[in-house]
Design a protein around this ligand. Structure first.
Ligand SMILES: Cc1cc2nc3c(=O)[nH]c(=O)nc-3n(C[C@H](O)[C@H](O)[C@H](O)COP(=O)(O)OP(=O)(O)OC[C@H]3O[C@@H](n4cnc5c(N)ncnc54)[C@H](O)[C@@H]3O)c2cc1C
Length: 319
């Protein structure tokens, strides 16, 4: 019979690592499954200036490495594995991971889901090479770095409009690029963007390449008109993706309540539900249950909440 763990944490971003720190200090020896992106989204960015405690900012990978070390000091364990399937209703909860051999099945009394919501990218090699160097998917996080610069936002829905309007506080000009000839955004958001003096909207336009890979910073975009195939260069210092996020929740479909975009629905921030009733032992924290804020500090905060609920839950089961 496999060992039954007190808690397993799914994901090693800020939410998962904060939950690991708290549960490790409570003596619960958490196991963290690191997933496809060890360290989470902060591990792919550069300077983070809005995480409290770092007056000069800190590089995202360094912040994550510190969090990991801090939780390990109190006994958190890490496994390079991906959760492939889960039986949430089983007692103990059964997890099947991508590792081979007997270790692939894990039994646990509680589960903290901190699997994040991955930003959607265009998928261009030049774009991937310049993430954190002018390419971003987070206007709140990185807008500040583009004061008085020309930038582009890609997308045609409300999140792209919101990003463009927010970024116009900093940028000298925002060019909104959309591949279709009509926008999906709501009328009110579209009207606001159209009326904005710093925003220019361009339809039927796709990005073929982000320029500046050799210089290690965005220098411009190679654009293509999808109607006539003509290419041109747009000189910008930044490109923001406004094409949405994909919550990493496939393995929970049918087991816990998800909203229409796949985010985990939570009650009191971290309690998961099934058909509206709380699912015992399964908690969610960070971006996977937060379509609104999606910040490192809010993810860390809810990671703490989930860990405290796990401690309370296990304590109650002992009495
Ligand atoms: C380019 C960029 C720059 C950013 N800059 C800032 C900033 O300056 N300040 C700020 O506050 N926020 C910033 N953010 C946002 C911030 O990174 C996120 O809000 C934060 O990382 C969310 O943390 P999380 O732990 O909820 O999820 P994530 O960081 O997304 O971590 C999710 C984790 O879950 C794991 N996982 C997923 N699926 C599975 C699975 N099936 N099995 C096992 N593990 C799995 C992944 O491997 C990963 O480790 C930025 C985001 C991006 C993309």
């Amino acid at each position: 019979m496999a060992e039954i763990r007190d808690t397993v944490i799914l994901g090693s971003g800020c939410a998962g690592l904060t939950a690991a720190l708290y549960t490790a200090r409570a003596g619960l020896k958490p196991l963290v499954l690191e997933g496809h992106e060890p360290g989470g989204q902060l591990s792919i960015t550069t300077l983070v200036e809005n995480f409290p405690g770092w007056p000069d900012g800190i590089q995202g990978p360094e912040l994550i490495a510190n969090m990991k070390k801090q939780a390990a000091r109190f006994g958190a364990e890490y496994q390079h594995a991906l959760l492939e399937s889960v039986e949430v209703g089983a007692h103990p909860i059964k997890l099947r991971t991508s590792t081979s051999g007997p270790g692939c099945e894990i039994h646990t009394r509680t589960l903290i889901v901190a699997s994040g919501a991955s930003a959607r990218w265009l998928g261009l090699p030049s774009e991937q090479a310049l993430i954190g160097r002018g390419v971003s998917s987070c206007a709140t996080c990185d807008g500040f770095f583009f004061r008085d610069k020309d930038i582009a936002v890609v997308g045609g829905g409300d999140s792209a409009m919101e990003e463009a309007i927010f970024l116009s506080r900093f940028a000298s000009k925002v060019t909104l690029l959309h591949r279709r000839d009509a926008f999906r955004a709501s009328k009110i958001m579209l009207e606001r963007a159209i009326a904005h003096p710093k925003i220019e909207l361009r339809t039927n336009t796709v990005v073929d390449e982000v320029l500046g890979v050799d210089e290690k910073e965005v220098k411009g975009l190679r654009l293509r008109d999808v109607k006539n195939g003509e290419q041109e260069e747009l000189k910008v210092s930044g490109m923001f993706l406004g094409i949405g996020h994909e919550p990493n929740t496939k393995m929970f479909v049918g087991q816990i309540d998800l909203d229409d975009e796949g985010y985990i629905k939570t009650t009191n921030n971290v309690f998961t539900t099934r058909d509206g009733a709380i699912v015992p032992g399964v908690y969610a924290c960070g971006d996977v249950q937060d379509r609104r804020y999606r910040q490192a500090i809010t993810a860390a905060g809810s990671g703490c909440m989930a860990a405290l609920e796990v401690e309370k839950d296990l304590e109650e089961r002992r009495h």
